[in-house]
Design a binder for this molecule. Structure first.
Ligand code: KMH
Ligand code: ZN
Length: 288
């Protein structure tokens, strides 16, 4: 008779799946993607729908009155406030912005006092553009997150960026909240490919004890999502990363991407974490 390999094993401490929704981004144009949420009303409606569908974190890029990407501080503050009033989602502001944003404007994002922010760990070719993140900028941004009490999510677009994350932690110590959480952004033209092989290599390079999510750009969305679930990771989905739900079928609402992720996480026996469970995991204090 075979031994029972399942008895007396501790249950995994965190069996759930953190789902982050990235609803807007800086790259798609409203004129070509009408479902993209660009106004504050559209964003808060999206946030409420995505919360109901299983999201716990919202990764936010905002647009100006003409739907162009902006890092206007007043708008960012209004956005943080409106999202806090309409949902209990963890509000993560992008410090990546658009490839055209200045380092000073990207640093100033923290003044909008979000719960969390993205922090990209290196420069990457970004299609025909360059998403610039030189070491002095990364270091300064990280130091400011520590001073401001904002929890960073370390964005890795390529394998070598894990070395910069280790350097950051070695030189400046742990992030606010004490926990390291990374997001693998895969399939950007110029970054690591959106493949399971690349995902496994990137996860192996992360610091001990770190949690991670992954997102695949465009047609890599589903392979990366399925690979991340299988490898014990968390998920980021949203129209920042893909505007196509299936071949020839545009995304109608961000919430349908969250619903699909939540369904697959449930099938994997790792249902979505609620925002308070996500706060606990990420070290984000409650502001409600
Ligand atoms: N829009 C890209 C240039 C982030 O939000 O921190 C950068 C980006 C990463 O989306
Ligand atoms: Zn972003």
């Amino acid at each position: 008779m075979l031994p029972d390999m399942t008895s007396n094993r501790p249950a995994p401490a965190r069996p759930g799946t953190l789902i982050t929704v990235a609803p807007t981004g800086a790259e798609s144009e409203k004129a070509s993607v009408p479902a993209l949420p660009v106004t504050l009303d559209e964003l808060t409606t999206t946030a409420v729908e995505c919360r109901a569908a299983g999201a716990a974190v919202i990764h936010v890029h905002i647009r100006d009155g003409r739907a162009r990407p902006t890092l206007d501080l007043g708008r960012l503050k209004d956005t943080v406030q409106a999202l806090r009033e309409s949902t209990d989602l963890i509000v993560q502001l992008s410090t990546g912005g658009a490839v055209t944003d200045s380092f000073d404007d990207r640093l100033a994002v923290l003044e909008a006092a979000p719960d969390a922010c993205s922090l990209t760990c290196g420069t990457v070719n970004f299609g025909d553009e360059v998403f610039a993140n030189p070491w002095p900028f990364i270091r300064e941004l990280y130091a400011r997150t520590q001073a401001a009490g904002v929890v960073p999510e370390f964005e890795l677009f390529d394998l070598g960026q894990a070395a910069t994350l280790h350097r950051l932690l070695d030189e400046l110590g742990p992030p606010h909240g004490g926990h390291v959480h990374c997001d693998l952004v895969m399939g950007v033209p110029g970054g690591m490919p959106g493949t399971v092989a690349a995902l496994v290599a990137a996860v192996a390079a992360l610091p001990d004890g770190a949690t991670w999510s992954a997102t695949g750009i465009g047609r890599t969305t589903l392979p990366v999502l399925l690979g991340a679930l299988g490898a014990g990771g968390h998920l980021r989905v949203g129209m920042e990363d893909t505007t196509t739900f299936a071949r020839g079928r545009p995304v109608a609402r961000n919430a349908e991407l969250v619903e699909r992720a939540a369904t697959l996480a449930g099938l994997a026996q790792r249902p979505p974490l609620a925002p308070d469970e996500a706060r606990d995991m990420l070290g984000v204090s409650s502001r409600h």
